[in-house]
Design a protein around this ligand. Structure first.
Ligand SMILES: Cc1cc2nc3c(=O)[nH]c(=O)nc-3n(C[C@H](O)[C@H](O)[C@H](O)COP(=O)(O)O)c2cc1C
Length: 329
């Protein structure tokens, strides 16, 4: 069964890509992921703050930071066990490129343009095949308008794009008032793919200690639905490739993503739960499903249930909201 697909100009052997997670952060587990059949791997992100902090440590300016910076510092060490330094990160890319034959995608996580984005060039020079830019921005200031947030992201993409030749994808949050327009402009700014959606790790309140506690839970399949809706709506409306991340746990989930119009399907939680072997099972079952349904390839299947292909596009729209509410019993 031909499960191959084109994503960001790469011919992948199947659409299942290892999303950025601790599993892609060391060579041994990257090898296992490749052996299990994953067709590309996105490395853990190098964070803007992490780069800035390292830079400041180097400058020995640490104590002269603003209070909010000091606060940020006290928060970031919690990431130390997962987050490797920038130099080690580049080394991981070099070693991964030597050891693997699947595309290796570097990842930068940040919001503002600044000195830190030179790492886009460093990631390229270390041999990464592509770069994923994760824009995880939480606007807390009521004076900041949505247009400003969008402009910031576009500027970041343009600035990064102008420094490198390798393709860039942008991992976005679902929280935009007019997502298709944002994606059109990202596409015009040169993004080769958009990855939908970033999961915002939600803090919780601890009632005993009366404090805010960071929360990181693995995803559930339910989270896939918002991705399916948006990929379906966006399919055919942008030249950027569409990738899903969030809530992919089974072969059926991969099939749904491709039917909606995804070129690639990125998975983290399912692999963290079941190990790389889970990918092997998902791919085998995907092949069986594709065959049972009589498709010759994934290309033939892609977008068959997208907004533009189905007889009742309203199923993805506002009208469906009324219908669903009315059907509750
Ligand atoms: C422990 C953990 C670490 C992660 N680290 C990153 C990261 O460094 N950069 C990033 O863009 N996404 C990161 N993610 C998000 C995943 O790449 C993925 O987008 C998200 O978990 C949704 O996919 P899933 O439902 O398959 O888990 C992380 C996820 C987990 C669970």
């Amino acid at each position: 069964m031909d499960l191959s697909c084109l994503f960001m100009g790469f011919r992948l052997r199947n659409p299942l890509v290892a999303a950025s997670s601790p599993l892609t952060g060391d060579l041994d587990s990257l090898r296992k992921l490749e052996d299990a059949g994953l067709s590309a791997a996105v490395l853990p992100s190098l964070f803007e703050e992490q780069i800035e902090i390292e830079q400041n440590r180097l400058d020995e300016n640490l104590l002269r930071g603003t209070e909010s910076f000091a606060e940020a510092l006290s928060y970031f060490p919690a990431l130390d066990s997962y987050r490797i330094g920038a130099e080690d990160y580049l080394d991981l890319i070099r070693r991964a490129k030597e050891a693997l034959s699947i595309p290796v995608i570097g990842s930068l996580n940040g919001v503002s343009t600044g000195g830190w984005i030179r790492y886009a060039g460093e990631i390229q020079d270390a041999g990464a095949d592509a770069l994923e830019l994760n824009v995880y921005f939480i606007p807390t200031d009521p004076a900041v308008q949505s247009g400003t947030v969008e402009q910031m992201t576009l500027k970041l993409v343009r600035d990064i794009q102008s420094r490198i030749r390798i393709p860039v994808s942008v991992k976005l949050s679902p929280y935009y008032s007019a997502l298709p327009n944002v994606i059109r402009r990202l596409d015009q700014a040169g993004a080769r793919a958009v990855v939908l959606f970033n999961r915002f790790y939600q803090p919780d309140l601890d009632l005993e200690s009366m404090s805010v506690v960071p929360g990181l839970k693995l995803s559930t399949p339910d989270e896939l639905k918002s991705r399916l809706r948006w990929v379906s709506i966006l399919y055919g409306q942008t030249d950027a490739d569409l990738a899903v991340t969030g809530g992919v746990h089974t072969a059926g989930d991969i099939a749904k993503c491709v039917l909606a119009g995804a070129s690639a399907v990125m998975v983290a939680s399912a692999l963290l739960e079941g190990g790389p072997a889970r990918a092997g099972i998902m791919l085998r079952e995907l092949g069986e499903w594709v065959e049972r349904k009589g498709f010759q390839s994934l290309t033939e299947m892609k977008g068959n249930l997208s907004h533009q292909s189905i007889a009742e596009p309203a199923a993805y729209e506002r009208a469906n909201y009324m219908k669903v509410l009315g059907s509750y019993s």
